[in-house]
Design a protein around this ligand. Structure first.
Ligand SMILES: [Cu+2]
Length: 138
């Protein structure tokens, strides 16, 4: 009986540890606000291995600027999304200066952006949680 409860405790501990160590993705949602110049702007911070926010609601047919800042040091990252049918297409490396990605979304929908970096024999940055969504709404 004692041995059984020890095994159960060990199993529970293992689950807890693996949950803590898992690369988890939690939604951080933001709705773009249209500025006086008619442009909707959102600032995004990119780091190992996340985009913050990672769910961005955009209005359709409104010029958009995503200002992407990389956290200092650490790994190199990029931001990539290819949805030309929706007027959204970018693939740019992030440097120490903020990067401004400009486009006008023309089709409602949910589009995934990612960091496409990957080191051989290891998980890709996307697999580690470095992805997010643009939700284009009417
Ligand atoms: Cu990356």
């Amino acid at each position: 009986m004692k041995r059984t409860s020890f095994l159960i405790m060990a199993a529970i501990a293992l689950v807890v540890v693996s949950l803590v160590l898992a690369d988890e993705w939690k939604e951080k949602r933001v709705e773009a606000v249209v500025g006086q110049d008619g442009v909707q702007r959102v600032e995004i911070t990119a780091g190992s291995y996340f985009f913050d926010p990672n769910t961005i609601v955009l209005k359709i047919n409104v010029p958009t600027e995503l200002v992407v800042k990389k956290t200092p040091g650490g790994h190199g990252h990029n931001i990539m999304l290819k949805a030309p049918e929706a007027g959204i297409e970018f693939d740019q490396e992030l440097g120490s200066d903020p990067l401004t990605v400009k486009f006008t979304p023309t089709k409602a929908g949910k589009y995934m952006f990612i960091c496409s970096h990957k080191v051989p024999f290891s998980k890709s940055h996307k697999e580690r949680g470095m992805y997010g969504y643009l939700e284009v709404v009417e």
